[in-house]
Design a protein around this ligand. Structure first.
Ligand code: IVH
Length: 672
């Protein structure tokens, strides 16, 4: 296909895909099959690969992410991101009205909306194109998370119509839909990973992930509720939301009863009452209702306090609580041997789900609540998926009830528990003989972010352990096809898959193998830092405490844990066996070949746009050569590598602190 024809087809495909996206993600109304959508997208991708100059920034192919952000740039909000004052009762709502009526007499109209329990975001558009997305941060400045926000399908990259202002900002809330969050946790449970406790914090963590391709798979969503800009072409908030809907944003609608015009506080209270019960039917979390004065002119008359607009208020729902009885306290043993007490409750309905269990955290918590078997307890469910016990009805307690005595032996292997100073939790020290610890370590090893072994899941590990086929991670590599095939419900295909998955895992890079070992406090990031710094497992094993803490981001606690780990002969034997099965215990040739120590000890801040590198390539180059990349300028900064359009606030700070500013050519000279 010639370029001209390709350009036409690219435009046509982009338009079609954009419309399907909008229908599906904003209107929840599918207008094409997944398969047909993928075919169109694939065709567009092919054309863009063939003619890169046709690949626009706002192309639907950009939704899959790919851009890596190592450090999120801090940017100042053009308009500060304020919060809302809260209220909790009908009386407080009436007080709100009284305050407002003192300032404006007539024409008062309120808009009620849902208070989305997510992560606040401000997205700027220029000439109809998404320009930048910034988190709330401290309200004055936040993090630039544009690459990640662009992967959210309901956020338009290009606006519909042509009556939008040249420049404006729209604010809203990014969140995990409930079903997506549940699915995410289900996958984690299957991979033997700890569950995420609540959707909001997880959403906030996802927005700050470095790899936007991973964010793209996470299926975040975004509601918008506030338009800002100079000389906006509206007279009321309601109009702005309606228009934003026409431009392609996901906004509340009268049809779904997620926005309502109210003439007085009684009507507002009706809206509140309706949603206080109906909220459990929604596929996203809300924690209250937001009430705003509709007219911009009235808003201006009413004004702001330093922290929040006086023309708006949030009504917060009470976290739902319910009484039930504690039937038993049981104790769970985790992969690291940590003991978690669990309250087993008489099942009750709470916030739309049946609750049977609640975490009691640790011995101190039990003591603090003085909770006893048979007690009537108050259970609460806020944003957390695991409900908590907030109170014990001591008055209703039977006279002969006995205080809870915390266990002293492991419920699984009967070993005496230990509790080290400073640790809230008790531990079972029988690392090599306690079944849940053994299984937990194997489950961690095979999990997605560690060795990601195809075909192996939590249940299979349980089975292999129970059948005596695998008692540690090295045993997995000695499994044979015949052994697996003989297991109940194992067929040819399944057995072959597992063996193939294990063979494939031998090429998993060193840093992930290191993470998979499950050394206490050595998470994904720490494993990466260790691998990069020491390059081989032998070097890590040989490192002294001082040598360990000299590595980037390795503190006392981690260093001590690593030393402890290698002191144990069993661990050393395991590693030797894994080495004999050819797992990666050194950085790859490629990683080693490019690495130098030319920039060791130097800290760089990268700002602006470069011609010889992309920003990420430049940062990777600094790290490859032993340098450190930081996102903010401080006295510790050795150099700022500045490209075109370096931010003015960064420049001012650099000048103030007298940090060397170099361009990419000088950087290259530095390397050579
Ligand atoms: S309007 C100046 N509307 O709640 C007014 N905020 O606790 C700006 N929020 O900062 C906010 N749903 O992050 C507004 N429908 C809604 C909202 C909403 C959730 C968040 C927002 C705000 C926080 C205040």
């Amino acid at each position: 296909m010639g370029k001209e024809k390709a350009a036409l087809r690219v435009a046509e495909l982009s338009e079609q895909l954009r419309a399907h996206n909008y229908n599906y993600y904003v209107l929840s109304n599918s207008t094409i099959s997944d398969y047909d959508f993928d075919m169109l997208l694939e065709e567009l991708q092919k054309l863009e690969t063939e003619f890169p100059e046709l690949a626009k920034e706002d192309s639907p192919t950009k939704r899959v992410g790919g851009e890596i952000t190592k450090d999120f740039e801090t940017v100042k909000h053009q308009y500060p991101m304020l919060s809302l004052s809260n209220s909790y009762s009908k009386e407080e709502m009436q007080d709100f009205e009284t305050r407002i009526k003192k300032l404006v007499e007539n024409d008062l109209e309120y808009i009620c909306e849902l208070k989305y329990d997510g992560v606040a975001i401000g997205i700027s558009y220029k000439n109809g194109k998404l320009e930048r997305a910034v988190t709330r941060g401290d309200g004055t400045q936040g993090d630039d998370v544009t690459a990640n926000v662009k992967t959210i399908r309901s956020v338009p990259l290009k606006l519909k119509g042509d009556d939008y202002p040249d420049e404006f900002e729209i604010r809203g809330e990014i969140f995990y839909p409930k079903d997506v969050f549940e699915k995410l946790n289900k996958q984690r449970a299957e991979a033997g990973e700890d569950l995420y406790a609540n959707a909001r914090n997880t959403g906030s963590g996802t927005l700050k992930m470095q790899d936007s391709a991973v964010v793209a798979q996470r299926k975040l969503d975004c509601f918008l509720y506030f338009v800002l800009g100079k000389d906006l072409p509206f007279k009321t908030h309601f109009e702005s939301i309606e228009k934003a809907g026409e431009w392609g944003f996901k906004v509340p609608t009268e049809q779904l009863k997620t926005i309502k015009k109210c003439k007085n506080i009684d009507e507002v209270l009706d809206f509140i009452t309706y949603w206080d019960t109906e909220r459990h039917q929604l596929n996203f979390e809300i924690d209250g209702i937001v009430i705003k004065v509709n007219s911009y002119a009235r808003q201006e008359e009413i004004g702001f306090t330093a922290k929040s607009p006086k023309w708006a208020i949030a009504y917060k729902f009470k976290a739902e609580q319910v009484k039930t009885k504690l039937s038993e306290i049981t104790y769970q043993v985790g992969r690291t041997g940590a003991i978690t007490p669990v309250a087993n409750l008489e099942p009750v309905l709470l916030a739309g789900t049946t609750v049977k269990r609640a975490s009691l955290h640790n011995a101190d918590q039990i003591e603090k609540l003085d909770i006893r078997v048979g007690d009537t307890v108050m259970v609460e469910k806020g944003g957390e998926i695991i409900p908590k016990i907030v109170d014990v009805e001591v008055a209703q307690r039977e006279i002969f009830s006995e205080p809870t005595v915390y266990i002293s032996k492991c419920p699984e292997c009967e070993t005496d528990l230990v509790r080290t100073e400073g640790d809230a939790k008790h531990f079972c020290p029988n690392e090599w003989g306690c079944p849940p610890q053994i299984k937990g370590k194997m489950q961690h090893f095979i999990s997605r972010k560690a060795m990601n072994i195809d075909g192996l899941g939590e249940e299979t590990i349980d089975l292999l352990y129970e059948e005596g086929l695998a008692k540690n991670i090295a045993d997995l590599y000695e499994l044979t096809y015949e052994q697996l095939f003989e297991l109940e419900s194992f067929k040819e295909k399944k057995s072959q898959n597992i063996i193939a998955g294990l063979v494939d895992s031998k090429s998993i890079p060193f840093e992930r193998v290191l993470f998979a070992l499950g050394i206490r406090f050595v998470g994904e990031t720490v494993a990466k830092k260790l691998a990069k710094h020491f390059k081989t497992i032998e070097a890590i094993k040989a490192a002294s405490f001082d040598e360990l803490i000299a590595a980037d981001e390795i503190g006392d606690k981690i260093a001590e844990s690593i030393i402890e780990y290698f002191k144990i002969e069993g661990n050393q034997a395991l590693i030797e066996r894994l080495q004999s099965h050819q797992l990666q215990f050194t950085l790859s040739e490629e990683q080693l070949a490019n690495a130098t120590t030319k920039l060791t000890g130097l800290t760089f801040v990268v700002s602006g746009v470069f011609s010889k590198f992309s920003r990420d390539e430049l940062k990777a180059s600094i790290e490859q050569n032993g340098g450190k990349v930081s996102s903010s300028i401080s006295k510790k900064t050795s150099y700022i590598v500045a490209g075109e359009n370096m931010g003015p606030s960064k420049l001012a700070k650099a000048e103030k602190l007298e940090v060397n500013i170099i361009d990419e050519d000088v950087y290259l000279e530095l390397l050579n």
